[in-house]
Every structure is written in C-alpha cells, then in structure tokens.
Write a protein that binds this ligand. Sequence first.
Ligand code: CO
Length: 259
Amino acid sequence: MIRAIHHVGIAVKRLTHAYRFYRDVLGLPLLTEAELPDQGVRAALLAAGDSEIELLEPLGASSAVARFLARHGEGLHHLCFDTPDVGAELTAAKDKGAELIDATPRPGLAGQIGFLHPRACAGVLVELATPGAAHPGASNDASALHSSGLRLKRLIIGAKDPRATAGIFQRLFALPEVAMNGGPRVMLGVGRGALLLVPDAEVGGAEGMVALSMIAGDFDGLLAAFQRAGTSGVLLGTGEVTLEPVATHGVHLHISKYE
Ligand code: CO
C-alpha cells in the first residue's frame, strides 16, 4: 500500500547553496541532514506539508549522484513513496516483474528504504520508504527564516504515452486515477498529492520528472521573500508563480495560492 509521496529528491552540487533557496527563501524547515556513504551522498530532508524535499549532494566524483549531475545538471532525481511495509512492497514489485536496485530494505534518511530500477517505472527512479519514529536530531522550525506553509501538491512527469506510463505506476503501486476532463493527461492520486502524466511534447520533449507544483499557505509572504532575496527567474501570474530552474537548482517549480 502506498500512502503518500514521502519526498521528491533533488540532486544539487552543494547542500549549503541549495539551503539558501529551499530553506531560507522558500521557508521549508530543515528536518535532518546526514551522510549516507552507501548512496554516495550527503542528504537533507526539508518539510513540505505532508511530504518532504530531499536534497542530495554527491560525496565523490564516482557516486551515482555525481554522474547524474555530470549528465543532467542539478534537478529532479527521484521520487519516494511512503509505505507501511517497504519489504513487502519491494517483494510485490519484484513479483510483478519490476527490476529492483534493492531486493531488501536498508536504512536510509527517510527510514527503511529501497529503490526500484528506473527501467521498472518508465525511466523514473522510484524509492520506497517506511519512515521511522521521527527524524533523529530533527531541528524543528527554528532553522527556517520564515514559514511560507508550502506543501507539495503534484509531481509532473513527461511521457511519450501518458496512459501507458500511468498503467505502469498503477500496476506496481495501485494508485487511483483522479478524474480529469478528457485530454491526453492522466492524474494519479498519492495521498493528498498526485502524479500528473503529461505528453512529453507539452514539456519540450522531456521524459521523466519535469516539474513540481506546490501550494503556498502564505503566498504573499512567499513573494516578499523572493523580493528580499532578489530571486531571479520568477514569473508572476494571478495567484500563482513559476520559478525557472535558474532559481531552484534545476527544478521547474510552480507555486499556487489556491488548491
Ligand atoms: Co530519497
């Protein structure tokens, strides 16, 4: 059973630089930071409503995240689903023919975790996590300069055939489809969040994770924070703002005032 999007992982060159945007400007509280030698990263989790944002800095030039950065630059790296039993979920995925990176769970930043191979999910690297009690050394809200009340709403995934890619996610994770008014897009619910599958032609031919959308509890406060920080690549609409990858360490980020 998949309960929620636990986090979305973003590969960055330096955590300390990424904190300036994600913690200090967006106002996401830093929950925990730790070195994970088996994954070749120093990683941090920041709260984003019911979900989290994970920032990943490579530990060495030969690590998987370093190779990812060399090929793609900074940006969306993986998606993690929250499940009450990561071991059972990995076994079930394997029984359905999915290729795994981890056959059994191992300790990670988000609790007990395991990765599926990107080939199993239409090129998207998917992690499964069963969270532990609380984040060790969780530092509460004190690290954030302000709280914008941001929460993760949707992860947008480009696909040659959105219906077929949705089918893969539904078969592996039993995600319910959210009704949309026709068209080629497909939305799958994950807890209070969702995956939105869009034709790759709509997103410049990009396949895989292409953008994040979030809701801001304090939208005006967030705009003020962009102004204070002199954030570049901010495109303001009515009740919504889009941040270009230059501002966000490689992520197309869409933030709305309303649901
Ligand atoms: Co992760």
